[in-house]
Every structure is written in structure tokens, then in C-alpha cells.
Design a protein around this ligand. Structure first.
Ligand code: BF8
Ligand code: SF4
Length: 630
């Protein structure tokens, strides 16, 4: 294996250092500067034992003051803070899912948004008992969207998507009282429970964290994924590239950033309009180059092969190249620093959603009725900005890697079908994959997901852990900023099979896949939940028996805490490389690591050393194999 074909973290750091120098020269600050200014960080906050839920506080727990003014102890305070993080994360994912339902509801045969995957729409309509025969596809779409929207506020019953899980999970969730009711209800319950003078029992808070998280993964996030596939197409494998080297000095560079693809899809479409390409040429550019950041990158790369400029902690670096004409954002994970930073360069910073209003940006609100024109207007404005570039401020990053992306569940099954032509009975199933795991050719699977966090070296944990897993014949699926870390390193190109153990290498060759499969954005972790449940149904085992685990080695957001809660509820262990902010309560630490495992079969394993963490994962997978007798 020739390591020169891959990008090391050291090489990424070298490039980041060069860009950092450009920031200093331009008089701009970056997250590294602000991190220094924030150090040391507040210990009470870090341990989760500062309470400012009411104005008698803030109350901080110390050995001398073991209770807040109202009498809440460390366990109550850490537990309430933790549940509020889950509520915040669930709200973000689920509101994104709701917006997508509204976009589906606004589709018209001649409108700006249309149905790209009618087959998936019909499957969902049938699942939900919507009449389809003899009906116009758009009528069906509107009814499906309305039913989806009702899942947010219906007064009775639990989430519809729960019936997709194994019988065993459905029964367990109902018995434990963690089957989520209406999505908004679970978020409101979490906020109500944590209001001053309500729940002070950590165990009850953790149980509601599971239920609220479930409203995300088996509610709002799944809604986001399903409706996005119907609207913009279910991802299929395609080739693309990742890292800042995808920015092209000779082109008009536009970055789309955020999560909800309704805006970025319109920009991608506009960038393909012939008259706008001609317009770019008339301004001296070779063309229009749309690249993505964060989960918006994942959405548009999975469906159009749009190149990925990078992940969370690379958002400032993109602008520091001096080559970005426009950064257009929708919602979530957008640094407010993009405002002042853009002003140090020629970059236009465009905000588009009332959910993410940011100073020093130009605000262009997106609506389904005018989205196509707005997309064109923005691309035109970016082209006009091309000649305002300052050549003295340009820095061209050289590094980029090829990547194969687009592994929805449907795509994975199609790939498996491709190698099982003679075994007609297993077509359309995961059985070939299950057989590989049973035989030990693959030892198991790990979903590596989540963010970057300045508490650790950016991307180092993601990449080290992935490399170690594939070396040990453990297949990796990935989403979110982790997927972009993999792309930058070169782990999502088919040649990465050279880094694998003999078993996984053989599978990659046979099926024609890379060892790290890009399954999408963070809401698409719902795809992984469906994959796990379908595998368990076809295998005939419980979810917590499967030799598969989840890992968020560099997580930072509330959304990640919500995800971790629904993954654990689904019976899957979650390995965390960043400590949750509950350390000030021994009871909370016990509840999230061991307590939930007694309920759902899944819990957190926490270790800040990625090498130790990956070894624990491998041991955990081997333990599950042994318990299954395989
Ligand atoms: O939702 S992985 S930094 S971009 S929160 Fe954000 Fe984290 Fe990236 Fe996507 Ni997910
Ligand atoms: Fe302090 Fe209790 Fe108010 Fe929290 S709720 S700030 S612990 S008095």
C-alpha cells in the first residue's frame, strides 16, 4: 500500500497552519484564537453542575455547597442539563424534518420543487395507508406530507415509524415507556420536566432523554431523510472529491453550508443553468464551482456528486483561501464568526433561514414559490463578486481526495444484489452481508458519526479509529462531519481497500465498494437505524446482540446527544471520545454508561484516547460475536 495515495492528519494540519497564517495577515481571528481566549474553560459547566434554570441561581455544586438554593443536588442539576441538551438536539433535527415536510407539501408538477423519487413516495403512502390508486402523484405527496406534519403534534399515539423496528424493540420501547409520542410533545415534556420545581430524579430524567431522543431518530430525523429522498432523490453511489483542494482558482466558487437541502438544491440547479455559466465566462471565470460544507455538503454530494470542501472546523478555512465568492447557509452548525471573517475577504455571506439570522450577513429568505429565482439571483451575485477578489489574499490548498458516496439503504441492497445474481432468494435483503459477518469474513460494523471538537485534534480521532477498524475487518458506515473526515483522508475511495484486513478487502473487491460507506448527513443516522433493524429481522436476533456499534469520537452538538440517546434506545452501544457534561454527578455517569444498558441493552462507553476507544470497540464487537456463538 502506498501511503502517498492518502492524506494524513499531519498533512491536513500543515494546510490548516498555512491558512491560519493568511488569517493573521488579513487581521482575522479564527476558532483557534478564540479557544485560547476561552481557556481554561469553566469546570462547573464542564461537569454539568451549574444550574441557571431559575433566577435564584446560578447555583454551582461544590463539596461545601452540595445543593442549589431550591435543594437540587448534583444529580438533578446534571440530569436536567443533560435532558435539555437532548431536547435542543431533537428540536433542531426535527424542525429540519418538519421544514422538509412543508417543502414536500409545496411541490407542484410545474413548481420549483418536484417529486424525484415517486417509488419511495408510494412505498411510504402504502405504509401509512394513503390511497394511491388512480390518484395524482402530487395529491399523494401532499397527503403524505400532511400526515408527516401531524406526527409533530398529534394528541394521541406514538410515532408511526416505530413499526419499522423489530417486534422485540417495539415491545421493549412500550414497556419502558420510551416509545415517543408526538415529536413536539416529547420536546415540551423535556423542557417542562426540567423547569424549576419539577423532576429532580436523575433516573427519570435519563428515561425522558431516551424518549426525547427516540422522537428524533424514529421521528423527526427519519422524517427528514424520507421526505428529502422523495423530494430530491434517494442517493445512489457516485464519485466525488473532498477537502479544500476542491476549490478552483479559475472558477466562481460558491459554498453551501448548513443542513436543510431546500436552498442548496436550488443553488446547485442554478449553477447548471447555461446562461449563468456563460455569464461566469463573460466575467473571466472558467465556470461555476459549487462546493459543500458540513451536512449540506453531505446532502448535495449524495444526490449530485457536489464536491465536499470540508467539515465543521474547516468552515473558516474555506473563506481564508480568499477564493470563495459566496458562502450561502441555511440552518445549524454555522459559526457566527463567518460574518466578520467574510468581511476581511471579498466573500459574500448569505443567510437564508429565519432560524439562523447572523450579523454581518445579507439575508435572502427562501420560499418554495420563489426558490428557483432566488437560487439564480444568488449565483448571479456570486459571479458578480468574482472580479472583487484580491489576488494578494489568495491561497490555493492543494490537497483533495476522490470519494465514492451515496450509500442509502436502497443503494447498499442494490450493491449486494449485484453479487448474488444466482441466489434469487436473497435478492433485496442484507443476507449476503449477514453471511459475511456470521462467517467472520467481516467481524462486524461500526457507524462513525458526528462533529469536530476543538477539545481534540480535528479529524484525528475519526481517521485513526476508521483505519484501525478496517484493518481489523470491521466495515465502517459514516455520516455527518465524520464522513468528510473520511473523504479528506481518502478512506471513501475504492483503493482504501488496501488499508483493510484480508476479509474486508475481499468484500470490497467482490461488491465493488469502499470500506467506509458514506450514508449521508446527521439526520440520515435514521438510515443506519433502519439498516440495523432490517439486518436483525433477517438474522432473527435482537438489536443489542448485533456485532455493530456506534461511535462519535469528536462530537460537540446537542444534536449528537439526541442521536446518542436514540441509538442507545435501539440497543446499540455508543462510544464517545468527548465526555458528556455530567461528570459532576456519579449517578448520572452510572446511568448513561451502565443504567441504560440494563434497560435497552445499549449504553455509552467513554474514553478520550482514540486508540483506547477503538480497542474497546473491537473488544465489544468480539464479545457480541462470542455471545452469538459465531
Ligand atoms: O448535523 S456532524 S458539526 S454538521 S452536528 Fe454539525 Fe456535528 Fe457536523 Fe451536521 Ni451533525
Ligand atoms: Fe438554583 Fe434550583 Fe434555581 Fe437551579 S432551579 S438555579 S439549583 S435555585
Amino acid at each position: 500500500m502506498d501511503v502517498r495515495n492518502f492524506t494524513s492528519v499531519e498533512q491536513m494540519e500543515e494546510e490548516a497552519k498555512n491558512l491560519k497564517e493568511r488569517a493573521a495577515a488579513a487581521g482575522a481571528e479564527t476558532w483557534e484564537d478564540r479557544k485560547k481566549a476561552q481557556t481554561p474553560q469553566c469546570k462547573f459547566g464542564e461537569d454539568g453542575i451549574c444550574c441557571r434554570i431559575c433566577s435564584m441561581g446560578p447555583c454551582r455544586i461544590t463539596p461545601k455547597a452540595p445543593r442549589g438554593i431550591c435543594g437540587a443536588d448534583a444529580h438533578a442539576i446534571a440530569g436536567r442539563n443533560y435532558l435539555r441538551m437532548v431536547a435542543g438536539g431533537t428540536a433542531a433535527h426535527s424542525d429540519h424534518g418538519r421544514e422538509i415536510c412543508h417543502t414536500l407539501h409545496a411541490t407542484r408538477p410545474d413548481g420549483h420543487y418536484q417529486i424525484k423519487d415517486p417509488a419511495k413516495l408510494l412505498r411510504l403512502a402504502n405504509e401509512w395507508g394513503v390511497k394511491t390508486e388512480g390518484r395524482d402523484i402530487y395529491d399523494i405527496a401532499h397527503e403524505v406530507a400532511e400526515i408527516g406534519l401531524m406526527e409533530y403534534g398529534k394528541p394521541f399515539g406514538t410515532q408511526r415509524f416505530l413499526t419499522r423496528a423489530t417486534e422485540e424493540r417495539q415491545k421493549l420501547w412500550h414497556e419502558l415507556g420510551i416509545a415517543p409520542r408526538a415529536i413536539d410533545r416529547e420536546i415540551a415534556t423535556a423542557m417542562h420536566m426540567t423547569h424549576m420545581g419539577n423532576t429532580a430524579d436523575a433516573e427519570a430524567l435519563v428515561r425522558q432523554a431516551l424518549r426525547t431522543g427516540m422522537a428524533d431518530g424514529w421521528g423527526g430525523s427519519m422524517m427528514g431523510t424520507e421526505m428529502t429522498d422523495i423530494l430530491f432523490g434517494t442517493p445512489q453511489p457516485r464519485e466525488t472529491e473532498g477537502d479544500l483542494g476542491v476549490l478552483d482558482k479559475d472558477m466562481v466558487n460558491i459554498i453551501v453550508h448548513g443542513h436543510d437541502p431546500a436552498m442548496s438544491e436550488m443553488i446547485v440547479l442554478a449553477s447548471e443553468d447555461k446562461d449563468l455559466i456563460e455569464y461566469a465566462r463573460s466575467k473571466g471565470a472558467k465556470g461555476i464551482n459549487v462546493c459543500g460544507l458540513c451536512c449540506t455538503a453531505n446532502e448535495v454530494t449524495m444526490r449530485h456528486g457536489v464536491k465536499m470542501a470540508g467539515n465543521f472546523l474547516q468552515q473558516e478555512n474555506a473563506i481564508l483561501t480568499g477564493m470563495v465568492e459566496m458562502i450561502a447557509v441555511d440552518v445549524q452548525c454555522i459559526f457566527p464568526s463567518i460574518g466578520p471573517l467574510s468581511e476581511c475577504f471579498h466573500t459574500k455571506f448569505i443567510t437564508t433561514s429565519p432560524i439562523a439570522r447572523i450579523p454581518n450577513s445579507e439575508y435572502v429568505e427562501f420560499h418554495p414559490e420563489t426558490a428557483r429565482e432566488k437560487g439564480r439571483e444568488l449565483v448571479r451575485a456570486a459571479i458578480d463578486n468574482f472580479e472583487r477578489r484580491d489576488p494578494a489574499k489568495i491561497y490555493e490548498p492543494k490537497k483533495k481526495q476522490g470519494a465514492r458516496v451515496g450509500y442509502s439503504c436502497e443503494a447498499i441492497i442494490k450493491e449486494l444484489d449485484g453479487v448474488t445474481n444466482s441466489y434469487v432468494d436473497v435478492r433485496g435483503t442484507y443476507k449476503p452481508l449477514i453471511d459475511c459477518i456470521k462467517a467472520g469474513v467481516l467481524r462486524g460494523a461500526v457507524a462513525i458519526v458526528g462533529c469536530n471538537n476543538p477539545k481534540v485534534r480535528p479529524d484525528y480521532s475519526h481517521i485513526e479509529i476508521m483505519k484501525e477498524l478496517i484493518k481489523n475487518d470491521i466495515i465502517v458506515v459514516t455520516t455527518g462531519c465524520s464522513a468528510q473526515a473520511a473523504a479528506k483522508a481518502g478512506l471513501m475511495k475504492p483503493e482504501a481497500k488496501e488499508l483493510c484486513g484480508a476479509g474486508l478487502k475481499r468484500v470490497c473487491e467482490l461488491v465493488g465498494i469502499p470500506p467506509v460507506l458514506h450514508m449521508g448527513s446527521c439526520v440520515d443516522i435514521s438510515r443506519i437505524m433502519l439498516l440495523v433493524n432490517d439486518v436483525c429481522k433477517q438474522w432473527g436476533i435482537r438489536c443489542d446482540q448485533l456485532p455493530a456499534v456506534g461511535c462519535a469520537p469528536e462530537w460537540m452538538s446537542e444534536k449528537a446527544v439526541a442521536i446518542a440517546n436514540y441509538v442507545v434506545s435501539t440497543g446499540i452501544d455508543v462510544y464517545l471520545g468527548i465526555e458528556p457534561q455530567v461528570k459532576g454527578s456519579a449517578q448520572m455517569m452510572e446511568l448513561i454508561t451502565e443504567g441504560t444498558r440494563k434497560l435497552t441493552g445499549g449504553g455509552f462507553i467513554i474514553n478520550t484516547d482514540p486508540h483506547v476507544l477503538v480497542q474497546k470497540m473491537i473488544d465489544g464487537i468480539e464479545k457480541k460475536r462470542a455471545a452469538l456463538g459465531i
